[in-house]
Design a protein around this ligand. Structure first.
Ligand SMILES: [Zn+2]
Length: 399
């Protein structure tokens, strides 16, 4: 049961969150600026700013222009008042970083993954965390983790990450118990989407970010919040069947989007179809088939690149058209390996998408390459997720 006092405290904390968010987004601001932007009373703003100053979370940074009377004091977030640890668990290496409130990476550390699985892989995570927790950047208020595979974010559980041997693995709970800190867990597509949203400079309310790498996944922010769906599976577009008679997918079905349009599928298909189409592409060794090499060949009209990447663009574009029919998000980003395939491929995907959409809406919806390198977007996003819709873990001294 919620009593009146709890309601009152909740309202105070919500106001404080709202004021802190406003300062995060628009600093430097005076108290009067904050009252105007939030529509809260001057008294409420002054009281909550005093609490934030006492917490050390905001600081006064000189004076703004006077509008006749006393010049107003300006406020901004004290970027180094708190730190977050972020981990990006890629298949081949784990990266950990300490990040401040402005999203600046203070230090980072990498450990190669050399076949560690299950609890050994968790020990590798702990090794990184213990190294970071001993550093001078304090206080650390939470740990955010970006991982490949299927994740139940609400329960902090990895449903399946094949290469790391984790199945129904409660990684967040294990780490929270061990280190006494809040821990959040996201899949890498969701983390990258938050990283782009918060630090990519897009200035939008809604953002769809599609990650094309070994697999294909998407992260969706609606009104600034990550949308995860009822089963934590929002954005799992890689296993939509687009060619029912197509190639076998790692999920056991045939013709999933991943089997025709992921970066790995494109490489495999180029090698498979090489005998049937003229090409200037280097087929061997496989490492020579980089996204850049493939993108250049596609832009130059190479018949093999056109066949494989044209098909991939078709299926990606059609899938995006379906998504935007439901979501109507003007800004769609491609991240992961996709940006490295170059502008010709991206514009082909965009054209296919627009051709399959409602004509009156199509010109408004645009596809862009992500602005942050994928691994960086994951690191920043996993940390930022903890602060997306509440700042409670930042309040150490008051409630
Ligand atoms: Zn599949």
């Amino acid at each position: 049961m919620i009593n009146a006092k709890t309601d009152h405290q909740q309202a105070k904390l919500q106001n404080r969150d709202f004021i802190l968010r406003t300062i995060f987004d628009h600093a430097p601001l005076s108290r009067a600026d904050i009252a105007r932007r939030t529509h809260l009373t001057r008294t409420t703003v002054s009281a909550q700013v005093a609490a934030l100053l006492a917490e050390g979370l905001v600081e006064e940074v000189g004076f703004g222009p006077s509008s006749g009377g006393k010049a107003p004091i300006l406020l901004q977030v004290a970027n180094d008042a708190r730190y977050l640890i972020s981990l990006n668990l890629a298949y081949d290496r784990f990266t950990g970083a300490i990040i401040n409130l402005a999203g600046e990476i203070k230090t980072s550390i990498q450990r190669p993954v050399k076949g560690q699985q299950g609890s050994e892989a968790q020990e590798l995570v702990c090794d990184i965390l213990e190294h970071l927790l001993q550093q001078a950047w304090q206080p650390i208020v939470g740990i955010g983790i970006s991982t490949p595979g299927l994740v139940n974010t609400r329960e902090g559980r990895i449903i399946q990450a094949v290469n790391l041997g984790w199945k129904e693995f409660p990684l967040a709970r294990n780490l929270a118990e061990r280190y006494g800190l809040p821990v959040v867990l996201l899949n890498d597509s969701q983390a990258a989407a938050i990283g782009e949203f918060r630090y990519g400079g897009w200035q939008v309310d809604n953002l769809l970010v599609v990650n094309v790498r070994h697999g294909i996944g998407a992260g969706l922010l609606i009104q600034g919040k990550l949308f995860q769906g009822d089963n934590n599976a929002a954005g799992e577009i890689g296993h939509l069947v687009v060619e029912p008679q197509g190639r076998l997918c790692r999920c056991g079905r045939r013709g999933c989007l991943e089997t025709v349009a992921s970066a790995s599928a494109i490489r495999i298909l180029v090698q498979t179809l090489a005998p049937r189409f003229p090409t200037t592409l280097p087929i061997k060794p496989p490492e020579a088939l980089t996204p850049q090499t493939l993108g250049t060949a596609f832009a130059a009209g190479d018949p093999l690149a056109e066949k494989v990447m044209g098909d991939a663009a078709f299926h990606l574009g059609r899938t995006l058209a379906h998504l935007t029919a439901m979501l109507d998000t003007n800004t769609i980003l491609l991240t992961g390996d996709a940006p490295y395939f170059g502008p010709a491929w991206l514009s082909r995907i965009q054209q296919t998408m627009r051709d399959a959409m409602l004509i009156s809406v199509a010109p408004q919806i645009s596809l862009y390459p992500g602005r942050l390198p994928f691994a960086r977007a994951c690191l920043l996003g996993a940390a930022a997720y903890m602060l997306l819709d509440n700042y409670r873990l930042l309040y150490l001294h008051s409630s």
